[in-house]
Design a protein around this ligand. Sequence first.
Ligand SMILES: *Cc1c(COP(=O)(O)O)cnc(C)c1O
Length: 369
Amino acid sequence: MSDSLLDRANKGIMGLKPYEPGRPIEQTQKELGLKNIIKLASNENPLGISPKALAVIASKSDLNRYPDGNATKFKEKVASLYNIKTSMITVGNGSNDLIEFVAKCFLSEGDNAIYSQHGFAIYPLAIQAAGATPIKADAKNWGHDLELMKNLIDENTKIIYIASPNNPTGTVLETNDLINFLKEVPANIAIFIDQAYFEYIEEDKYRVSFDLVKQFPNLIISRSFSKAHGLAALRLGYSVSSEEVSDFMNRVRQPFNANTLALAAGIEAINDEDHIIKSVKINKQGLERVKIAFEKHDFDFIESYGNFISFDSQKDSDLSFDFFLKKGIILRSLKVYEMPTHLRVSIGLEEEIDIFLSVLEEYKRSLNA
Ligand SMILES: *Cc1c(COP(=O)(O)O)cnc(C)c1O
């Protein structure tokens, strides 16, 4: 046996490039010697955590005890809100966990899973880590091309990952189109619909209801607490699926994958209507302001249904990213998403948008100079 240890690693690991998160504020402050940094890079809720969730975290003293591995109270809360069974729910350490659980459940070497060009970067990573082959479906108008995704299915296809709204493009699918897709795709392929930005969707025709899971046992819908609910640091998400699929997903998770603080905060956050409404409202207003500025300065942008928007910076996005960074604004370069000149900006607070818009104007002038 002459292979080295690393040669013998899971084949999927060889080509894996880890997900690159948005640059953290503190490190950027240090590196650039800037006092004020605005992070508009990770689609976090700029209003912060729900005050009710924060209060319950402060009240928790049983942190010497393991969390409730079954997330009983949390699941009961979600189940009663949406009129589903607790056994249909799988809880994740962020909704990222769910993406991986599905991959672990259904994929091994020789299998493939389909995702969209400009789709969320975690899908191909999870597919590859499971030893399977990611199949990328070219996007249509920056969004998912369901027809093409359907045509790419072969006998080894086990999962199709779809985000609606999609990150980083912000595109959304009509629920009717998704339903037609679900009717046409073989029932032995898992369809994972990632709804990390669900709360920001205002029109019913784009909202996917958990009831669909009752009609389509191969459907898995995930939601996150990291975006509108403002709990990104706590890591909490969940999926709703058939009881049987949920049973499988629960077999591959760590016994205590969601922690006590996250579960308690999640129950409060999901109930905190005021905070959600406020968060959605400031997002809508901010998005509108940013779009008007893009139009004014002739930057093409992609219509977004999330809490972020992507625009064509008209030059290499590593360079445009740097321009904003040096002015103290952390954005996201979309090069790794095959969008070589696009930047993504998360919608911040009013005063953060003020600063972004004034730097955008400077940036525009620098292009013309
Ligand atoms: C942010 C995001 C997630 C991950 O959210 P967590 O719950 O923090 O793991 C999942 N999917 C999409 C499309 C996202 O943008």
